[in-house]
Design a protein around this ligand. Structure first.
Ligand code: NAD
Ligand code: UFG
Length: 338
């Protein structure tokens, strides 16, 4: 299939582009590089030995988007493009609503004009808010999102659901990611956060490389086995492969479907630190800090539906995830800026 990958220069998009090319699909990447580097495109080509067509374009520029769609005649869109920093979204809500919502509305309009009716969207476990039960199944009701970033994910899910309801020839897959970490085993592509990382794994790898001195563990008084927050970490290679499985579903005319993408296992912050030390032999100094505002105690997926309906399940374990995250950091101490 010919797939337009929005946000394909980013962390998850670049890994998915590799998986698409490896599985014989064509990948056409649109990215404005607001949170990524063109070097990721070169690296995708290096890993796969295949050419990628890349357009540096902003989804908020509808005319530019339309001319790409008219030229490329794609079968499907995988929509990763969006801003994703939770804390920044609280400070800059307009920027987040504009970029994520207007970008998606433009995309839907252009898809309609060009007869492209298949879309896979990067959603997030954040749409569940504070989960009432774990593991979280897709039947769990959506919750209250405490930040504009999460609101955009929830709103885009609703927009795509309504678009599909009004036009049954649309096929929509909403993929709710849990906590993506890891990197391609080659160490050529990986997560490349700007500034001081907000998320746990990039913070740990930057402590390991010596860019940061110590990890702050946010809260040790949660109602969890060791008092620290529990999450469902998933290897980005597994996430990438889930998208290719979702393509098969969409090609069969699936209507609307929703899947959690997680491993179904939860690890605490202290367990992640221990796993990282075991995988790499590097000690991570840490100290306990107050809870981070907006954090919940425990969040992990039921991964059953994706297994039953997509034939997909996660293969990589937490040690693989730590090893590959470190491998990318070790080989790219300053990310793509080297
Ligand atoms: P990323 O920032 O690495 O990738 C997003 C890409 O989109 C970047 O390359 C950025 O330059 C591009 N982009 C942003 N706005 C754009 C616009 N208006 N036009 C064109 N390109 C634009 O993030 P990621 O971690 O790869 O996440 C990909 C998607 O998955 C995002 O939608 C994110 O919200 C979602 N998601 C990520 C996580 C996570 O923890 N990484 C969890 C759940 C959901
Ligand atoms: N944590 C620390 N110290 C840090 C960073 C994180 O102790 O420096 C802890 C957090 O308190 C939490 C766990 O590590 O218990 C994981 O935190 P992350 O920031 O890595 O991930 P979150 O679960 O908070 O958020 C992630 C994505 C969001 C997404 C959410 C739900 O960053 O975009 O998962 O899918 F919305």
């Amino acid at each position: 299939m010919r797939i337009i990958v929005t946000g394909g220069a980013g962390f998850i998009g670049s890994h998915t582009a590799v998986e698409l090319l490896d599985k014989g699909h064509e990948a056409i990447i649109i990215d404005n590089l607001s949170n990524s580097s063109e070097k990721a495109i070169d690296r995708i080509e290096k890993i796969t030995g295949k050419k990628v067509r890349f357009y540096k374009e902003d989804l908020c520029n509808k005319d530019g988007l339309l001319s790409i769609f008219e030229r490329e005649k794609a079968d499907c869109v995988i929509h990763f493009a969006g801003l994703k920093a939770v804390g920044e979204s609280v400070k800059l809500p307009y920027k987040y609503y504009y970029n994520n919502i207007v970008g998606t509305l433009n995309l839907i309009d252009v898809m309609n004009k060009c007869g492209v009716k298949n879309i896979i969207f990067s959603s997030s476990a954040t749409v569940y808010g504070t989960p009432s039960v774990v593991p979280i199944t897709e039947e769990c009701p959506k919750g209250i999102c405490t930040n504009p970033y999460g609101q955009t994910k929830s709103m885009i899910e609703q927009i795509l659901t309504d678009v599909q309801k009004a036009d049954r020839s649309f096929n929509v897959v909403l993929l709710r990611y849990f906590n993506p970490i890891g990197a391609h085993p080659s160490g050529l592509i990986g997560e490349n956060p700007n500034g001081i990382p907000n998320n746990l794994m990039p913070f740990i790898t930057q402590v390991a490389i010596g860019r940061l001195s110590e990890l702050g563990v946010f809260g040790n008084d949660y109602d969890t086995p060791d008092g620290t927050g529990v999450r469902d970490y998933i290897h980005v290679m597994d996430l990438a492969s889930a998208h290719v499985h979702a393509l098969k579903k969409i090609a069969d005319g699936s209507g609307i479907s929703i899947y959690n993408l997680g491993t179904g296992k939860g690890y605490s912050v202290l367990e992640v630190i221990k796993s990282f030390e075991q995988a790499t032999g590097i000690k991570i100094p840490y100290s306990f800090r107050p809870r981070r505002e907006g954090d919940i105690a425990t969040c992990y997926a039921s991964a059953k539906k994706a297994k039953e309906e997509l034939g997909w399940e996660a293969k990589y374990d937490i040690i693989d995830m730590c090893r590959d995250s470190w491998n990318f950091q070790r080989l790219n101490p300053n990310g793509y800026d080297d």
